[in-house]
Write a protein that binds this ligand. Structure first.
Ligand code: SF4
Ligand code: SF4
Length: 308
């Protein structure tokens, strides 16, 4: 008898490759039992800071069948964003994921193409696409689907390509063949913990989000806390330190997504240029970028904090 599940799984994975995803792994849509106590403890310790949206939809975050009715499978996908060129040395730093066009748009487009492909090739399949969306624990799903392990810095990483990629999901009502979790290769390494400028990695595998530079520079709407002055290591939007020091990231290869190529100014601007940036330049340089999330006033606030 023809194994439809295997055929469909193969079809979806090869189309994901064709669309430019780095890899694709699939899990059964079910309650994330191992994650539940971890998430609860993390929230109880207020490690989400002012990111109160993380407290919402607790049950839905752990159970995709509550999020998408009738769902059977979580299809996790990775999209590489590692740039071929970095910012000039004498610059305030932007997280590498924010160099090019806003990943939400780029990935949503690819996810929709994948969903349409599934519907065209397989038939009536219902589902929803998620990119960095609060109700889905994307790292946990990607790990469960065998795409990598969650490192001591709490990012997903792989032996083949490190950790500089986006994670996205399709949650669909089609049964597929499921992948298995991989092994952890952090071993005795503690490089990310030792290098974190704000000591936000409080113990292996636990990041206190409320102490993380990414949180301060992007999520926090209030004034930046003075006790962290001088500790931001020149990061003005996001922070890549724990990933940059990770030995597995020496295997990162540049992406081939033209939409992730930066505006030339992003690479060339010096600290002085950033300090003098006008709202018009900000709008031009970051017209299509995720940096718009901080608005001009947010980026200015961050730069002032670094400068003072
Ligand atoms: S992103 Fe930066 S501040 Fe946050 S945990 Fe990693 S090294 Fe620490
Ligand atoms: S730096 Fe070391 S401990 Fe941290 S994630 Fe990478 S391998 Fe794991």
């Amino acid at each position: 008898m023809l194994n439809h599940k295997a055929t469909y799984t193969e079809l979806i994975k090869s189309e994901a490759k064709r669309l430019g995803f780095l890899s694709c792994g699939i899990s059964k849509a079910e309650f994330l039992e191992a994650e539940a106590p971890r998430l609860e403890a993390w929230l109880q310790k207020h490690m989400n800071g002012e990111m109160h949206y993380m407290e919402n939809h607790f049950d839905k975050r752990l159970d995709p069948t509550l999020l998408v009715e009738g769902s059977k499978s979580v299809v996790s996908l990775l999209l590489n964003y590692y740039p071929s060129e970095l910012q000039t040395e004498d610059s305030y730093k932007l997280s590498k994921y924010a160099y090019g066009n806003d990943y939400h748009h780029v990935i949503k487009h690819k996810l929709k193409s994948l969903l349409y492909f599934i519907q065209d090739e397989i038939g009536e399949v219902g589902g929803r696409a998620f990119v960095d969306s609060a109700p889905v624990l994307d790292k946990a799903w990607a790990a469960k689907s065998g795409l990598g392990w969650i490192g001591k810095h709490s990012n997903l990483l792989t032996q083949q390509v490190g950790s500089f990629y986006f994670i996205a999901e399709l949650i669909i009502d089609l049964e597929l063949e499921y992948d298995h979790i991989t092994t952890d290769h952090c071993g005795t390494c503690t490089k990310c913990i030792d290098a974190c400028p704000t000591e936000a990695i409080t113990e292996p595998y636990v990041v206190d989000g409320s102490k993380c530079i990414s949180y301060f520079t992007i999520e926090l709407k209030e004034n930046l806390p003075t006790e962290f002055k001088g500790k931001f290591d020149d990061w003005m939007f996001g922070c890549d330190v724990c990933q940059d020091v990770c030995p597995w990231n020496k295997f990162s290869k540049p992406h081939n997504e033209p939409l992730f190529n930066p505006h030339p100014e992003v690479l060339d601007m010096t600290k002085k240029d950033w300090e003098e940036i006008t709202e018009d330049t900000f709008k031009e340089v970051f017209q299509k970028s995720a940096v718009k999330r901080t608005k001009f006033s947010g980026l200015e606030r961050n730069i002032r904090f670094l400068k003072s």
